[in-house]
Design a protein around this ligand. Structure first.
Ligand code: NFS
Ligand code: SF4
Length: 641
């Protein structure tokens, strides 16, 4: 029987997978095998379940079987399914953003006493950007006004467009979106419109549908920008920070808590409160409280506090199977229901915290911003009790001794600050000049999830290494960066091992200029945060476009989601393309059932927006295509200089 070795390149995951196999503990890796072969109709996007006259499947190229019962063709069905995914992604990101807006608003009103404005400068920068008068206002007054503008972006009834989007993109893009009727009016409205136009018997035109999806994806990035901005205002804008990643970060002699999910409103409070309860943990015989993170809430507290990364999405159950976790506390998104069974095997307490995200059989501690600290204390005390229990019962723990050092914390502000040490008047020029003079090939954004369609974390690591060798400056977010961190790609040792000469020179030069304020040399790729922090990446290419005095499609910038999976990833990929950026996806999205839709996302998108999808499952081929796109743009830029 083939070993798990085929399913991942992560040594820690491999070790635990051997163990779960021996002990008949079911994880995603087993469920993936059990699902094979997956349904070919669904895989290609030509299964429709929008009404219950169906389900309908496209069975041939002609005759009645080539259409759904209502007469919907393959292209309608594929396009409808795709844009419903975008609406799902937009809902997730932007509802997460709304939670933050509510906390900010409640704070300003005096109803969220455990929170504070930790970054008043960011508050003022954001307020100014969205057009508010900032002179003579207190932090709390301004916080309330910022929250009100954000609320408006969710539910405005006029059509001037979302403010948190328009404030952060180039003039030329604003015009483009207005001309193509893809400027989102309000976030909630665009989601509703997608749900409406995809109802049985509404929009059947694939191009019209996809453009509707693009508008919704631009609403998605609006919600992401709101999330990032307000997280920074409330919890601080990230600065370079050192940490570690992979299961080896877990210390069995600590009270171990994993924060998992997405929203820093919860995880940041747990991290802050844990510091205060350290003595209680010691009194229970533990060395202290050990917090580590999974998925994007892990990225949030890594970026701001250096909290180590336990692992990424696909290995979340494997973290529990170490036997050393006392509590896993989750909020929303990317939390596998399968966790619960694994928790049962190891007596780990699974704590859900959000009313919209419960798992049968787990504990639920309803988390409200009016009593956030109290909830966090209760969760930590539950962990301390669970720790005592674990030690008393002598439960076996098994922690794979793999971890790697990393540097993270690169908000756009932090990145520009590094550049400013070389060019204080025009920091971003440090990056654009390096491209123009050929020192680096361009910039690649790494984003997205894990998907067992690919060998877990193999695409990620191969693409990063290949791009590094070819002198591509890399920034990134989400589970890709957790993969990179786990595999030792977010430190200077990786620069020495994998960077091409130009990239190494560039990173060394940045370090030399910033030596005094950095505790270590700079990494091979720059971790910009959680998936909503892809907004920071949008800001980066906008800065570059403005500095080069061109529209975004001319900037040597590409993106890749080597193992994309979630609806959120679909929404992100779509606004990346609509921004004018070539976007690689390494796991096949359900589009293959329609040549027409395929050509819309790969070709028509290019003609209209300047960006396009590169759908390629082979990481080496993908790297080649990404490099070719960068090379072409850099060459054109130089010709026109
Ligand atoms: Ni992004 Fe982050 Fe990970 Fe994918 Fe899920 S955690 S929000 S969706 S799986 S990268
Ligand atoms: Fe079938 Fe049309 Fe209903 Fe879809 S909307 S399930 S294609 S009848």
């Amino acid at each position: 029987e083939p070993k798990n070795i085929m399913r991942t390149v992560d040594p820690a995951a491999l070790e635990i997978l051997e163990y779960t196999k021996e002990n008949n503990i079911i994880t995603a890796f087993d469920r993936w095998s059990a699902q094979q072969p997956q349904c070919a109709f669904g895989y290609q996007g030509i299964c429709c379940r929008i009404c219950f006259a169906g389900p309908c499947r496209i069975k041939g190229v002609e005759g009645p079987g080539s259409m759904g019962i209502c007469g919907a063709r393959d292209y309608t069905i594929v396009a409808r399914n795709a844009i419903r995914m975008m609406a799902g992604g937009c809902s997730a990101h932007s509802d997460h953003g709304r939670e933050l807006v509510e906390v900010l608003y409640h704070l300003a009103e005096g109803h969220a006493p455990d929170y504070e404005v930790r970054d008043p400068d960011k508050l003022r920068r954001v307020a100014k950007k969205i057009g508010l008068e900032i002179e003579g206002k207190s932090d709390l007054d301004l916080a309330k006004e910022v929250a009100e503008v954000a609320f408006e972006d969710y539910g405005r009834h006029t059509s001037e467009g979302c403010k948190f989007l328009k404030a952060n993109i180039c003039e030329k893009r604003i015009k483009k979106y207005e001309e193509t009727d893809t400027m989102p009016r309000a976030i909630d409205r665009e989601v509703v419109e997608v749900m409406h136009r995809t109802h049985v018997g509404v929009d059947a035109d694939p191009v019209n549908l996809i453009f509707g999806g693009i508008k919704c994806s631009l609403a998605d990035v609006t919600g992401e920008h709101i999330s990032t901005d307000i997280s920074d205002i409330l919890f601080g804008t990230p600065k370079p920070v050192m940490s570690e990643a992979n299961l080896g970060v877990i210390d069995p002699d600590k009270v171990n808590i994993i924060v998992h999910g997405h929203n820093p409103v919860l995880s940041q409070m747990v991290v802050d409160t844990a510091r205060e309860l350290e003595e209680e943990a010691k009194a229970a015989g533990a060395k202290g409280i050990g917090i580590s993170g999974i998925c994007c809430t892990g990225n949030e507290v890594l970026m701001r506090n250096g909290v180590p990364i336990a692992t990424s999405y696909m290995a979340q159950e494997l973290a529990i199977a170490t036997g050393a976790i006392d509590v896993m506390v989750v909020d929303v998104q990317c939390i596998m229901p399968g966790l619960r069974n694994v928790c049962e095997c190891f007596n780990t307490k699974l704590v859900t915290t959000m009313s919209i995200s419960k798992i049968p059989g787990s504990y639920h501690f309803s988390f409200e911003d009016s009593k956030a600290k109290k909830s966090a204390e209760a969760i930590i005390r539950l962990a301390i009790e669970a720790y005592k229990d674990r030690k008393n019962t002598g439960r076996p723990v098994r922690i794979p001794q793999f971890k790697n050092k990393l540097m993270a914390g690169f908000s756009l502000e932090a990145l520009l600050d590094l550049f400013a040490a070389i060019n204080p008047d025009n920091p971003i020029k440090v990056l654009t000049d390096a491209i123009i003079n050929g020192e680096i090939a361009g910039v690649c954004a790494l984003a997205g999830c894990n998907n067992l369609e690919a060998v877990y974390e193999k695409n990620h690591t191969e693409i990063v290494k290949e791009l590094a060798k070819n002198n591509v400056f890399m920034v990134g977010t989400g589970c890709v960066m957790q993969a990179a961190a786990k595999h030792g790609l977010l430190n200077y040792e990786a620069v020495e091992k994998y960077a091409g000469p130009g990239l190494k020179r560039f990173i060394d030069r940045l370090y030399e200029a910033n030596k005094d304020k950095l505790s270590d040399k700079l990494p091979l790729a720059f971790h910009m945060g959680s998936c909503v922090d892809n907004s920071r990446i949008l800001d980066l290419w906008t800065e570059m476009a403005n500095a080069l005095n061109v529209d975004v499609p001319k900037v040597p910038f590409v993106a890749t989601a080597p193992e994309g999976m979630s609806e959120k990833a679909v929404a992100i990929g779509t606004w990346v393309v609509a921004s004018g950026i070539p976007c690689h996806v390494g796991a096949m999205p359900p589009l293959e059932g329609s040549n027409l839709v395929w050509s819309v996302v790969t070709c028509i998108a290019h003609d209209v927006f300047g960006g396009y999808f590169i759908l390629e499952t082979d990481p080496q081929e993908a790297a080649k295509k990404l490099l070719a796109a960068l090379e072409y743009r850099a060459w054109k830029l130089k010709v026109h200089m």
